[in-house]
Design a protein around this ligand. Structure first.
Ligand code: PLP
Length: 376
């Protein structure tokens, strides 16, 4: 059950459902974050706090939609895991979504966001697939990726209506041999499934240098196109933020990171802004030349390295702390009680650590979006 945030000055509602999580001066009730007293400014947020710059996000949405409007984009929910952000994309005309987990799609289906939902991942769990099939309302299409006899069988058994044949285009991850795609499509049709086409994710090329990437994307997509000839169907799905301009072969681009961005993609010089930051409080200062802020590995995806800090250098992150030193020629270190803003190196795992995204315009908090699509 959803409950609205209380008006200022009123007592918070008593919450006793099993879906309630408690974290500081607010609670997550179903898919709604309920504050005891909503903070007004970014500086008032309890830390660690993940903050979305709403203006930058709006510009990212618009920039991508110029090139990939409507169904030419199938935004990937894994990058933000929030029904509220997905709804914003739905309002901007993107009604097809893709996801990495059944949980992400079940959440969207139950919230009535999107009308064409793709599980762009191989899932064998009969219970989760059946839950996904059951969550789907009339007028909403659910499609799952298959790359083996077993995944075709799992989709058919769960009562899911349609599939895309997932093709290995060189990423060393899921996907069948392109030469096997036609056989799998036939098998799926024999099991009563609609085969809508193919997908193939060239994830290994997202950070490839500018001088080699276009040709390598073309070669990867040649594999997908050959599979598509054997499979049939209208859909050729693939690509991501890193190949948003190179990949002109897919009928729908599966980008997700472009919305909030991270320092890894920013280093590629893409025209999307970093809309996500982690706000911390300095809790300790050493006379030996460093300060310690109150969030680290458990608040940041670190597989792509350290986060970056405004005007400071990150020495290292540990479980609950980030140690920062003065940047050469930069301002003095903040005092105990001061705030630090970090830019994560990898958006997807960073968001997955948090219960809410605080939405800010300038310094003002204008909304709080639960990260309600976490889990599997
Ligand atoms: C299958 C698939 N498609 C698309 C994407 C989105 O890529 P990006 O993060 O570059 O937007 C991912 C990300 O890992 C993915 O796994």
């Amino acid at each position: 059950m959803l409950s609205a945030a209380p008006a200022a000055g009123r007592s918070p509602p008593v919450v006793s459902t099993a879906t309630t999580l408690s974290a500081g001066p607010g609670v997550l009730v179903g898919a709604t974050w309920v504050w005891e007293a909503p903070p007004v400014l970014v500086h008032d947020l309890p830390t660690p706090a993940l903050v979305v710059d709403a203006d930058a996000l709006d510009r990212n949405v618009a920039r991508m939609a110029e090139v990939r409007p409507g169904r030419a984009l199938r935004p990937h929910v894994k990058a933000f895991k929030s029904t509220a952000l997905a709804r914003l994309l739905d309002d901007a005309g993107h009604r097809a979504f893709c996801a990495a987990t059944p949980r992400e799609l079940v959440g969207l289906a139950r919230a009535g966001v999107g009308d064409d939902l793709l599980l762009a991942n191989e899932v064998l769990d009969a219970g989760r697939l059946a839950e996904l099939a059951a969550a789907t309302a009339d007028g909403v299409r659910v499609t799952v990726a298959v790359d083996s006899v077993e995944t075709v069988e799992a989709a058919a058994t769960a009562g899911l209506g349609s599939v895309l044949v997932d093709v290995d285009v060189g990423c060393f991850r899921c996907g069948c041999d392109p030469a096997d795609a036609g056989r799998l499509a036939e098998l799926a049709r024999d099991r009563g499934l609609e085969v809508r086409g193919v997908m193939g994710y060239e994830g290994h090329l997202m950070l490839d240098p500018d001088d080699t990437r276009p040709d390598r994307v073309e070669s990867a997509m040649a594999l997908l196109r050959s599979a598509h000839e054997a499979v049939g169907g209208d859909v050729v799905s693939g690509g991501g933020t890193g190949t948003w301009q190179d990949n002109t072969w897919v009928t729908e681009l599966q980008a997700g990171s472009y919305l909030l961005m991270d320092t890894t993609y920013a280093a590629r010089g893409l025209p999307f802004e970093q809309a996500l930051s982690l706000h911390l409080t300095v809790v300790s200062a050493s006379a030996r030349g460093w300060v310690v802020a109150d969030g680290g590995l458990k608040a940041l995806g670190m597989d792509r390295g350290n986060p970056s800090a405004d005007d400071l250098d990150v020495l290292y992150c540990s479980d609950e702390h980030t140690t920062l030193v003065r940047h050469d020629g930069g301002p003095p270190l903040p005092r105990v009680g001061g705030r630090v803003r970090l830019r994560p190196a990898h958006v997807d795992p960073t968001v997955a650590y948090h219960e809410v995204l605080h939405v800010a315009r300038g310094d003002e908090i204008v909304d709080t979006w639960p990260v309600d699509l976490r889990g599997w």
